[in-house]
Design a protein around this ligand. Sequence first.
Ligand SMILES: Nc1ncnc2c1ncn2[C@@H]1O[C@H](COP(=O)(O)OP(=O)(O)O)[C@@H](O)[C@H]1O
Ligand SMILES: [Mg+2]
Length: 240
Amino acid sequence: MNAFVTPFLEIKELRHDYRQPDGSYAQALRLDHLLAARGEALAVTGPSGSGKTTLLHILAALIRPTCGEVLFDGHDLFAAGHSAARWRSLSVGYVFQEMNLLPDFSVLENLLLAAEISSVPKSDAGERADSLLHRLDLWDHRYSRPSELSLGEQQRTAVARAVIHSPAVVLADEPTASLDAENAGVVMDLLMGLCAESQTLLIAATHDEAMKKRFERVVNLRRPVPAAVGPELVSSREVI
Ligand SMILES: Nc1ncnc2c1ncn2[C@@H]1O[C@H](COP(=O)(O)OP(=O)(O)O)[C@@H](O)[C@H]1O
Ligand SMILES: [Mg+2]
């Protein structure tokens, strides 16, 4: 990456500690530095509890880190005046392990509702949904509810929903963990292909070895060493 060009994503000295019921803090994430460009595909790996989900939640501005910086196009995601809700709805697509589709709505309605939340104009949303339904082989299921679909079809619907508004970044948390190897491969190929075509940065948490191999870059998180936190440190921390 050219050192004189502002990177799309830069992470500096990122840490997150969760507050425990007894008032102490548990370390959940340590990531010293990361640069990523638009259109890259990055796997985030590490054992259970190493902070993969926490990192994705921070990048989606769902939680504010205890300290450190997250810069997109040089702008601090957590700067005063920056709207987390706006960032999430316009710029982020999220794929969950458990899909989280709306059960009472059809596949098509799930896509159109996501488009509406992200302020995609209605005419564009219809066209984009049709094209994704064909591309992801869901056209014949467009009026089905999620419970009428196989797990692979449900996750393909979740992928379509995550990209319907052409986000700048797609965050995928163990997106293939509930699928068999064949469906996992299909979902990953589609997700990676869609992101690469639209220059979307894809960051996917996975601990599946076969999945890891598909990625050009792998960021390995280590489980932070639990440390007793003194009261003088606690009082200076910013936690939400
Ligand atoms: N909401 C929360 N409150 C308190 N601790 C949490 C919370 N979410 C996660 N943790 C803890 O933070 C650590 C990292 O969790 P997580 O980011 O879910 O890791 P991973 O996704 O790699 O399994 C774990 O020790 C987990 O128990
Ligand atoms: Mg996780």
